[in-house]
Design a protein around this ligand. Structure first.
Ligand code: BG6
Length: 460
């Protein structure tokens, strides 16, 4: 039996600039925050990554062979604007000109993220990056260059990838604050600045290219209560509000919910604001929401003191994040695999905002090497993607507006913080943590499987 997807469904695949490109000091590119982060000995870094900077022609051919309708990528801000003068770098723009044109020639629509975890390190050195309101102007200047230069060629833009991680991860955003309480406060201030920057970009795009679409990408947090104890249920919904909906509310509605407003005030996290911000936040809204989903999580009633020794977005006096005993875990998917969670999360987003959605990331990480015959039989990845596509099909059947699906990742890329052994790609990249070799490309079995899905426009 075939589950047929709608005509014009955007079958895609994803990468991001610092994880795929390499060429970190080529073509006039400035250093990015992600280039200067401290990497443990023996782990791959951004210098070569998947060497897409030198393999982009081959990569576009592979995308065409796969049958992609869209390619979800990001621009490296520091390739386009290397430093704090904010002067555009013609060589950087020329690199993306070639790539975008090659995609379009192959009938592949680019879906471009402006900010995927990295910015020029010069902006952090000059004024602290997102901690400062100056970053809003820098981002708006960058967005203006991109929207104008690629007008008519890039018709779908993402403002910011996963604001949750972008503000929490110091290795990505360059926030070196040591005091954990101040760090939390910074996080909300940075988040507020990002929301303002996003809204400025929404308005700007409508002026520069009214036909184009724009939206945020959200790391949806599907948080189950550990038990039916009311305190666990309360912990779970509060975790979803604090890890997902407060940012989406700001992107879509331009305001915090009453729960978040009082939470931020009670904790002395409420950001500094200016009077004119209200109109910036209220006068624009996104056209769609991008959804990143890998796994669900579980929460229970808070007990004991606040634990700062965990990812900042899990730090809370309202909930404890805990293991879900019902899910199967793997080496890299330590929270478990849960395809139903995708639907649970997306249904909530749709009910709350009624905006079209596109899955911009979804995938399974495994450490892989080719077998003796040189093949990669990633049947586990095929199972993972298939199970998630079944959930998408169910939502489409209900009439939920889902524009497309972009598994993470097109080729193996550098993990956001765990090197190159953590592989998600449909295409294998032949390198180790410490030896980039030639970064040759090998199609995995999931490549052929996905090619058939696209060809049939559906799954069995
Ligand atoms: C998302 C990011 O959070 O998850 C990607 O948008 C990232 O950049 C992906 O690579 C997988 O996470 P990780 O940490 O395994 O690379």
């Amino acid at each position: 039996m075939m589950y047929q997807f709608p005509d014009h469904f955007l079958w895609g695949a994803s990468t991001s600039a610092f994880q795929v490109e390499g060429g970190y000091q080529e073509g006039g590119r400035g250093l990015a925050t992600t280039d200067v982060q401290k990497i443990p000995e023996g782990r791959a870094d951004t210098k070569v990554a998947a060497d897409h900077y030198h393999h982009w022609r081959e990569d576009v051919s592979l995308m065409a062979e796969l049958g992609l309708k869209t390619y979800r990528m990001s621009f490296s801000w520091s390739r386009i604007m290397p430093d704090e003068t904010l002067a555009p770098n013609p060589e950087g723009l020329a690199f993306y000109d070639q790539l975008i044109d090659a995609l379009l020639e192959n009938g592949i629509e680019p879906l471009v993220t402006l900010y995927h975890f990295e910015c020029p390190q010069a902006l952090v050195d000059a004024f602290g990056g997102w901690k400062s309101r100056k970053m809003i102007d820098a981002y708006t200047a960058y967005a203006k260059v991109c929207f104008s230069h690629f007008r008519g060629r890039v018709k779908k833009w993402v403002t910011v990838n996963e604001q949750l991680i972008a503000v929490a991860a110091s290795n990505l955003n360059g926030n070196r604050e040591k005091d954990p309480v101040k760090y939390m406060k910074d996080m909300y201030q940075m988040s507020y600045h990002i929301s303002l920057a996003e809204h400025k970009a929404f308005s700007l795009l409508k002026k520069i290219d009214p036909e184009a679409m724009i939206g945020p990408v959200c790391a949806i947090q599907v948080v189950y209560p550990l038990t039916s104890k009311p305190e666990d249920v309360e912990a779970a919904w509060q975790a979803e509000e604090l890890m997902e909906f407060y940012m989406l509310d700001m992107s879509v509605r331009g305001e915090y919910s009453p729960f978040i407003t009082s939470y931020l005030k009670d904790h002395d996290y409420y950001p500094e604001t200016d009077r004119e911000d209200v109109s910036v936040l209220k006068d624009s809204s996104p056209d769609f929401i991008g959804i990143n989903y890998y796994f669900s999580i579980c929460a229970k009633q808070k007990s004991g003191p606040i634990n700062y020794n965990q990812p900042p977005f899990w730090v809370s006096d309202l909930y404890d994040i805990c293991d879900n005993p019902y899910l199967q875990k793997t080496e890299w998917m330590s929270m478990g695999v849960d395809s139903k969670g995708l639907r649970t999360g997306m249904e909530k987003v749709y009910q709350r905002y009624q905006l079209p959605m596109i899955i911009t990331e979804n995938g399974m990480a495994v450490s892989e090497t080719p077998d003796e015959s040189g093949k990669i039989d990633d049947h586990y990845r095929i199972d993972y993607l298939h199970a998630h596509l079944e959930q998408i099909y169910r939502m489409l059947q209900e009439g939920i507006h889902i524009m497309g699906y972009c598994p993470w990742s097109f080729v193996d890329v550098l993990s956001s913080h765990q090197g190159f052994s953590k592989r998600y790609g449909l295409v294998y990249v032949d390198r180790t943590e410490t030896d980039p070799k030639q970064c040759s490309r090998i199609r995995k079995n999931s490549f052929y499987w996905y090619q058939n899905v696209i060809r049939c426009n559906g799954i069995e």
